[in-house]
Design a protein. Structure first.
Length: 365
């Protein structure tokens, strides 16, 4: 799947379906002479899913064409490489190996390799785009599926990918360019916490004069997929259970939803890892034990949220998730673990200062 940041290629002439592109006529700020140099390698690093944050896992030391402070990022100016050209990404290190990103977004992640000049456009194939009736639209989309300009691997295994060549941009635009955009065909097949790398294939990546990327810039450029983590619950945990006015009241048909940063294996959370009590108040230490039902979360009749787990009271009837007019205290003990569909594992972490994750709420009549 190609990453969501394509929606932000405002400076590009690309058609945003694998980026069908036309070469820009303006070449200012690029360096057409000499071999194509790799200025940065960036990976998607957007924890809120908006798909516009990219973080450098490599910056070319000593090159004044590389990006520093980039003002055009949609969320505001962002520092990509150190302003000190003798450093890599960070001011405190001249070792590019210390720049490796370790929290690449697990879902729909991608890699962008930025160059200092335009590449030979034959690096991608352009395919016709058809409308819903199968008719030509006179538009084209770019693909790297056949040209294979890079090797993408995770955990030592080569990963099928696609992407496009974006000839637009420079060190001040967002996204940075010119660049190769590379994304795995199915990011859910790569476990969270896995280290990955990208290597350029020098027989494919050449500039318009036929010059190849220097051998010492072919890679590998390393990055790591973020560990599996719980990113939200609905209802949210309550910081202070003694404050009654902070306890939510929800409709009985609304299940408890745990949302993670990756495609989750719903079966990895077993009911025995969830303590569910009906209590008289959220400060109670004892109550009536309820049996939780753990399962897939359906956003609606047609859509499944693959990053979430749904929890209900197994005693609830009909379309309800809970019994009416009750107070539920649900606890995930320290060490309760889950897995993503590729086998990466993580624990359900509590709020800072707590020993376990506790969620309490009331239900309507």
């Amino acid at each position: 799947m190609i990453g969501r940041s394509q929606g932000y290629l405002a400076a590009s002439a690309c058609l945003l379906a694998f980026g069908a592109c036309t070469a820009p006529t303006e070449q200012t700020d690029l360096r057409p002479d000499g071999p194509p140099e790799v200025l940065t390698v960036l990976v998607s690093d957007d924890t809120d899913g908006a798909g516009i944050v990219e973080t450098a896992t490599f910056c070319k030391i000593g090159d004044n064409k590389r990006p520093g402070l980039v003002p055009s990022q949609p969320d505001g100016p962002v520092q990509i490489c150190s302003d000190d050209l003798s450093k890599g990404v960070h001011d405190d290190s001249a070792d590019p190996g210390d720049d490796e990103v370790t929290d690449t977004t697990p879902v729909d992640w991608y890699v962008r390799v930025q160059f200092d000049e335009l590449l030979n456009p034959n690096i991608e194939d352009l395919l016709p785009i058809k409308d819903s009736q199968g008719n030509d639209t006179d538009l084209k989309k770019g693909t790297l599926a056949n040209t294979k300009p890079v090797t993408l691997s995770c955990g030592g295994v080569n990963i099928p990918y696609d992407g496009y060549y974006d000839p637009s941009g420079n060190a001040l635009t967002w996204p940075l360019g010119p660049s190769l955009f590379v994304a795995p065909n199915d990011s859910s097949k790569i476990a969270t916490g896995t280290e990955c790398e990208i290597r350029l294939n020098d027989d494919v990546v050449v500039d318009k004069d036929g010059e190849h990327v220097p051998a010492d810039q072919l890679g590998p450029y390393k990055f790591q997929i973020a560990p599996l983590a719980l990113i939200a619950t609905d209802p949210a945990p309550v910081k202070d259970l003694t404050k009654a006015d902070s306890i939510q009241t929800i409709v009985p048909g609304k299940p408890l939803i745990l949302t993670f940063n990756a495609t989750i294996d719903v079966t990895s959370l077993v009911a025995s890892e969830v303590t569910m009590l009906e209590v008289t108040s959220c400060t109670a230490t004892t109550g009536t034990t309820r049996t939780p039902a753990v399962g897939v979360h359906h956003k609606n009749m047609d859509t499944i949220d693959k990053q979430s787990i749904e929890i209900r009271d197994s005693a609830a009837t009909g379309m309800d998730a809970w019994e009416h007019s009750k107070t539920y205290l649900i606890t995930f003990p320290a060490g309760a673990d889950v897995k993503d569909v590729a086998g990466g594992s993580g624990v359900i972490a509590p709020l800072p200062g707590a020993t376990d994750l506790t969620i309490c709420f009331n239900t309507d009549m």
